[in-house]
Design a protein around this ligand. Structure first.
Ligand SMILES: Nc1nc2c(c(=O)[nH]1)N[C@H]1C(S)=C(S)[C@@H](COP(=O)(O)O)O[C@H]1N2
Ligand SMILES: [Mo]
Length: 426
């Protein structure tokens, strides 16, 4: 500690200390100066800080709590040039500052096609109709009488990383990978509701439609509906946030975020896909030969190092905990390797979270930095054996015209000064 000098100052009369601070340009502002310490380090151990000598505000200062004001920099952000306005737009999850695998509700990325509707739950209905024996219109109270279940699952927009098909440009993991979140979702299995209405044996598709101004809709195959699709009304232990679809949304675990229709008002049971706007003009993948893939629902295995990253540069040589997130829409992440030389040599990373299917999984590896430039990558493998592709492999299969489903191995270059840049290695 280099606070010897300031500890000496502590023994000076207060006026003298004030004078010193003034001459050091520290007068006024800081808590230390208000209390009469020469600077912030003067009350570090073995001394005790000023807040140990007074009473703080009591309970219910914030009836609904919020993070410390010292965490104000941790927030969703948007990329202004990406969309024409904030109505049909997206904000990004601050991945570099998150811990564990659950995204706090207030930091989950937002994607709206027509802004957020302000829905009174007592006036909201979920209609289930079409090829069913007993069509129903459910109130929220009706919905909550069905058995509920809670699952931790990731939610990812397939456009995540879509700005980088042709090269690196997003200087931050928030922007390169932040159309991604992971929550505990609570609601009713869609299969339970389908049992209630009695689905026609010839039915094979479901249209899900939202109550927002865009009437966002997607066709969902019956297999998914009967497998693990959920009609959720809660997120991380409380009712859904308006941004996430209050009072009710569809969650198709591991599938494109756009299929997870928010503010869900209607499920129509049919025997073929509807080919609405969001599955024809949007959410298809234009290949190099001019044809398009459609109904590419699954968010395949992907990973990214979140620290270091442009937001988390290295300050000095020595030991670091290099960590990141991996996920797969096909199940559990089985293995993550990290490279420090752009993919020549790989080291096995350790999982530092619980490993759940279709969930974010946290990994880390220790690294002793000698101050030389590094090319850091992570490569995830899921339980199906699928290996996250290189850019060369992905572009060979998909060309560069796509927006969606870019899950190539990502590279952060750590420069000699510890700053981190986004680069691509093919
Ligand atoms: N009704 C409705 N549902 C919607 C959308 C929308 O605009 N309207 N956006 C979709 C898209 S494109 C994505 S990626 C996810 C984003 O979910 P989030 O805003 O909770 O992160 O919601 C999907 N559900
Ligand atoms: Mo999306």
């Amino acid at each position: 500690m280099d606070d010897k000098k300031t500890n000496e100052n502590k023994d000076l009369p207060i006026d003298r200390r004030r004078f010193l601070m003034g001459s050091m340009g520290l007068a006024g502002g800081t808590l230390a100066s208000q209390i009469g310490f020469a600077d912030d380090s003067a009350f570090l151990p073995p001394n005790s800080p000023p807040w140990t000598r007074s009473l703080g505000p009591g309970v219910l200062t914030n009836p609904y709590g919020r993070p410390s004001s010292f965490e104000d920099h941790v927030q969703r952000r948007s990329v202004d040039w990406l969309t024409a306005d904030r109505i049909a737009s997206i904000s990004f999850t601050p991945l570099a500052d998150l811990k564990g695998i659950v995204t706090p509700s207030g930091l989950v990325f937002e994607r709206y096609h027509a802004g957020v509707p302000d829905i009174d739950p007592t006036k909201h209905r979920l209609m289930i109709h079409g090829m069913v024996e007993r069509p129903i219109i459910l109130t929220m109270d009706d919905l909550m009488r069905f058995p509920s279940t809670s699952e931790i699952r990731f939610l990812e927009c397939p456009a995540n990383g879509g700005m980088e098909w042709r090269g690196a440009q997003m200087e931050g993991v928030q922007f390169s990978h932040g159309m991604l979140a992971c929550c505990e979702w609570t609601g009713v299995m869609l299969s339970t509701l389908l049992e209630e209405v009695g689905v026609d044996k010839k039915a094979s598709w479901i249209l899900a439609e939202g109550a927002d101004g865009s009437h966002m809709s997607r066709s969902i195959p019956m297999d998914k509906a009967l497998d693990d699709a959920m009609i959720v009304y809660a997120q991380n232990g409380e009712m859904l946030r308006p941004e996430q679809g209050y009072p009710v949304r569809l969650i198709n675990p591991g599938w494109e975020g756009n299929t997870c229709v928010k503010w869900l008002r209607r499920l129509e049971i049919g025997d073929k896909p509807w080919h609405h706007r969001e599955e024809t003009s949007k959410y298809t993948d234009l290949l190099a030969d001019g044809t398009s893939r459609e109904f590419t629902y699954v968010q395949e295995c992907n990973s990214v190092v979140t620290s270091p990253s442009p937001e988390k540069p290295w300050q000095r040589k020595g030991k670091y905990w290099v960590e990141g997130l991996a996920w797969s829409g096909n199940g559990r992440v089985r293995h993550v390797d990290v490279s420090f030389d752009g993919g020549v040599n790989w080291r096995e990373a350790r999982f530092s979270s619980v490993v759940l299917p279709k969930s974010l999984t946290r990994f880390g590896v220790e690294f002793d930095w000698d101050g030389s430039p590094q090319m850091i990558q992570s490569r995830a493998v899921d339980e199906t054996g699928y290996v996250q592709p290189t850019y060369t492999q992905l572009r060979a299969a998909r060309g560069t015209n796509s927006v969606y489903h870019k899950n190539a191995i990502h590279t952060w270059k750590v420069n000699a000064d510890g700053s981190v840049s986004n680069v691509q290695i093919t």
